[in-house]
Design a protein around this ligand. Structure first.
Ligand code: NI
Length: 171
């Protein structure tokens, strides 16, 4: 099922999410499956639970955008263990559609997470995967990529979004 994506301005996007405590449930598997479906429907490479209105520490990532099944990742309660290097590249967010900006991120990162069964695993990503991991884990802490921009750029985007809200084009 394709879920509704919450957009910038919705308070759920700026709240710190609660850890998942119940594993091996049909609900958790269904949520992950619905989040993949929603992400693919919008051509994204990552989606975090608050973006579908749930303040819970779960995110899905597929940097192949549906091309390579082996790249599908469900991360429950993810934590960044290590970051190194720097990359600057264009980033967007399904909750801030239509806006893409250069964001500085670590080039490489190692994350520890659980799967929907509660088993712990680690994943190390570079380049796009590292960027996606950092972006999605930010979401779980109530942080949007806009927060990494200069105040000037952020204010410009905020003003444009305010106009879209007024015009009824930001739902
Ligand atoms: Ni995002």
């Amino acid at each position: 099922m394709v879920l509704r994506i919450r957009k910038y301005g919705d308070p759920v996007l700026e709240a710190k999410c609660d850890p998942v405590t119940g594993f091996n449930t049909a609900e958790l598997d269904e949520l992950a499956a619905n989040m993949f479906e929603t992400m693919y429907a919008h051509k994204g490479v990552g989606l975090a639970a608050p973006q579908v209105g749930l303040s819970t520490r779960l995110t899905v990532i597929d940097v192949s955008a549906g091309v390579d099944e082996s790249q599908k990742m469900v991360l429950v309660n993810p934590e960044i263990l290590h970051k190194e290097g720097i990359q600057i590249g264009e980033e967007g967010c399904l909750s801030v559609p239509g806006f893409r900006e250069d964001v500085k991120r670590a080039m490489k990162t190692t994350v520890r997470a659980q799967n929907t069964k509660g088993e712990t695993f680690e994943v190390t990503g570079e380049e796009l995967l590292a960027r996606a991991l950092q972006h999605e884990i930010d979401h779980l802490n109530g942080i949007l990529f806009l927060k990494h921009l200069s105040m000037l750029k952020r204010d410009l985007i905020r003003r444009k979004i305010r106009k879209l809200v007024k015009a009824g084009e930001w739902n």
